[in-house]
Structures are given as structure tokens and as C-alpha cells.
Design a protein around this ligand. Structure first.
Ligand code: ADP
Ligand code: MG
Length: 334
């Protein structure tokens, strides 16, 4: 069973950035307003994320890394909405099968923090020789997750990584996406031992300012606010899109569906085509789009790694979005 779990985990988490995405989402789900991320060797040696969210109850720690352990299913109806992001309660379990996982956490009600170590879904001693149970320590409210030696027991996967900086760049891209999207949250991300930050953003900044800080004032100065909704297809969207004056070499699409960073190839293609008629010299768009779709209409099971997300009436919704983009681009004349 362990081998099966290990293989399953390796299919969900193919690179350090995939583990980090799950950890960021957990921290945001826990109501954190501050996320600090530290990375070593592109995340292969160390991924550490410290949040100030509501923490995890001491009682929940023993089973936390068993598969399908989740605190996020409150009612039976939620079973339909878990479809939104595939099976849930799998992230920490998966990570524990392919890395050394340490969790330190403290809730408001607790008089101290608790530290637990996990391996292959189970609690293991924090120090050799000690019992396999959480240990009381001093600490602040919130949760710190430390993932070390990712893929230590999956040598083929581990060998597939050629460059730590490539992995680090993927991590910075992801953190940058969430930093743009989560406007009430402060983010920082840096390499272990480095003084300089890869990403650093305050909780207070407006979305446009966040884009300015993460990307450039060049793009931020050329953005138009974007909003559209349609009850028929149960969606609404909000975001910022570059105007026809803005030329970049590469299309940049920050797409969030129900507050998760995802990809959708059809939307990307349609948006590029829409811009093509307004950018005759071959420029490319910058788009930040936050889509809220009725969870029952979202389907994630098309891709095992869940990065590509599809939804019902995709063509219709994409057409409405692109039509709205056309209206905006036509208004702001070059
Ligand atoms: P899911 O997020 O789908 O519930 P995970 O494996 O990602 O599954 O996490 C399992 C559970 O661990 C969550 O439901 C949550 O209760 C708890 N948890 C994980 N990370 C955090 C965190 N940073 N703060 C508070 N609770 C957390
Ligand atoms: Mg999760």
C-alpha cells in the first residue's frame, strides 16, 4: 500500500511548486493574512511556509496526514463542491509520502504550540527515541509547514530536475499569482539564507498596486478594470486586463477559478485571438482574471495534476468574457 501511496503522491506532486501550491491554499483557507515562504535548492531541499492562520487543533494532528483527512467538508452538499478541486484531503498525505514533513501549529485556544513529524501518512517521533506523538513547544498562533528532501524516496523523479533556479522561478511565478489575487494577505518568498526577497508584498496594497509590485509599473499603468457576469451560466468575473497600448513578448494570464490558480487552454487561446485583432504588431496581453463559477459546474478531473480546469458551458462563458474584452479594447483607442 505504501508503494501505491507513493506513486499516487508522485502523480499529484510532480515538482516542488505543486506541493507549495497546496500549502499556500491551505494557509489562505485557514484565514492567514501573512504567508512567509523560504526555499532551498528550488524547493527540493526545503520548502517552508509560515502562516498566521487559525492553526490546527492538537486532537487533529495524529490523523492529519492520512488520506482524505479534511476539515473542509461541512455538509453533505459539500461533496458536490469538493469536485471543484478533485479529491480533497490529499495534499498533506501526499507530501508525507514523498518528503520529510514537519508541522508546527498553534490555535487561539491552545496555551502552546504543537510540533509533529510525519512519514508515509503517519506520525513519527519528533526526535529519534521519543514516542510518535506531537510535542508541546513555544510558538505563535498559526502554522508552519516544513517540507524537506522532496522526492528523497523517488530517485527517478529527483534526478529529473536539472536546475534549482528553474524550480525557484516556477515558485516565484506561483507566489506572484497568489500575491496578486489575495489582496488582504502579505506574502514573502525568498531563498534560504538570502537577504533579498524574491517576492515581498504587503497585505494592504490594492490589486493594481500588487500587479505593479509583482510585475512592473509598465503593465500596471496600462491596465483596465474588467468585470462581467451572467446568471444563465452561473458565473461572474473580475480582473484587470492590458489595453491595446501594451506590448509584451509573452502572453501572461493569471487565471483564478473560485480562488484557485488554474489553467484553461481554451480561454487562453480565445483571449489571444481577441487581442490579436487589436495588437496588429504582434503584442501579447496581460490578463488577471478571477472567475467565480458555481462549484457544481466546475470539472477538474480532466488532468491528474488538476492544473487544467474545465467548466460547464465553457464556450459560452469564454465568449462573454472575450466580448467584454473587445468592448474594453475598442474603447481605449491607440
Ligand atoms: P484539504 O485542504 O483538502 O482539506 P489538505 O491535505 O491540504 O486537505 O489538508 C488537510 C487538513 O489540514 C485541512 O483540511 C486543514 O484542516 C488542515 N490544514 C492544513 N494546512 C493548514 C494550515 N496552514 N492552517 C490550518 N489548518 C491546516
Ligand atoms: Mg489543501
Amino acid at each position: 500500500a505504501d508503494v501505491v501511496n507513493k506513486i499516487a503522491a508522485g502523480e499529484i506532486i510532480v515538482a516542488p511548486v505543486h506541493a507549495l501550491k497546496e500549502l499556500i491554499e491551505n494557509a489562505v483557507d485557514a484565514g492567514a493574512t501573512s504567508l512567509e515562504i523560504v526555499v532551498k535548492d528550488g524547493g527540493l531541499k526545503l520548502l517552508q511556509i509560515t502562516d498566521n492562520g487559525h492553526g490546527i487543533n492538537q486532537d487533529d494532528l495524529p490523523i492529519l496526514c492520512e488520506r482524505f483527512t479534511t476539515s473542509k467538508l461541512k455538509a453533505f452538499e459539500d461533496l458536490t463542491s469538493i469536485g471543484t478541486y478533485g479529491f480533497r484531503g490529499e495534499a498533506l498525505a501526499s507530501i508525507s509520502h514523498i518528503a520529510h514533513l514537519q508541522i508546527t501549529t498553534r490555535t487561539n485556544d491552545s496555551s502552546c504550540a504543537w510540533r509533529a513529524h510525519y512519514s508515509s501518512g503517519k506520525l513519527v517521533p519528533v526526535k529519534p527515541g521519543q514516542p510518535a506523538e506531537p510535542k508541546a513547544i513555544a510558538g505563535r498562533r498559526g502554522t508552519q509547514i516544513t517540507v524537506e528532501d522532496l522526492f528523497y524516496n523517488v530517485p527517478t523523479r529527483r534526478r529529473a530536475f536539472r536546475s534549482a533556479s528553474e524550480e525557484y522561478n516556477k515558485i516565484l511565478d506561483l507566489v506572484g499569482r497568489y500575491a496578486v489575487h489575495c489582496s488582504g494577505v502579505a506574502f514573502s518568498c525568498k531563498r534560504h539564507g538570502d537577504a533579498s526577497m524574491g517576492v515581498s508584498i504587503q497585505a494592504a496594497a490594492e490589486t493594481v498596486d500588487r500587479i505593479r509590485q509583482i510585475h512592473s509599473s509598465g503593465v500596471a499603468n496600462e491596465l483596465i478594470h474588467f468585470e462581467t457576469a451572467d446568471d444563465r451560466w452561473g458565473f461572474s468575473s473580475d480582473g484587470w486586463i492590458s489595453n491595446a497600448n501594451y506590448h509584451v513578448k509573452k502572453t501572461m494570464i493569471l487565471l483564478f477559478i473560485n480562488h484557485r490558480s488554474v489553467e484553461n487552454t481554451s480561454l487562453k487561446r480565445a483571449v489571444e485571438q481577441t487581442y490579436a485583432t487589436f495588437l496588429p504588431k504582434g503584442g501579447h496581453p496581460f490578463i488577471y482574471l478571477s472567475l467565480d463559477i458555481d462549484p457544481k459546474r466546475v470539472d477538474v478531473n480532466v488532468h491528474p495534476t488538476k492544473r487544467e480546469v474545465n467548466f460547464l458551458n465553457e464556450d459560452e462563458i469564454i465568449e462573454i468574457i472575450c466580448e467584454e474584452i473587445r468592448v474594453h479594447l475598442a474603447k481605449v483607442d491607440t
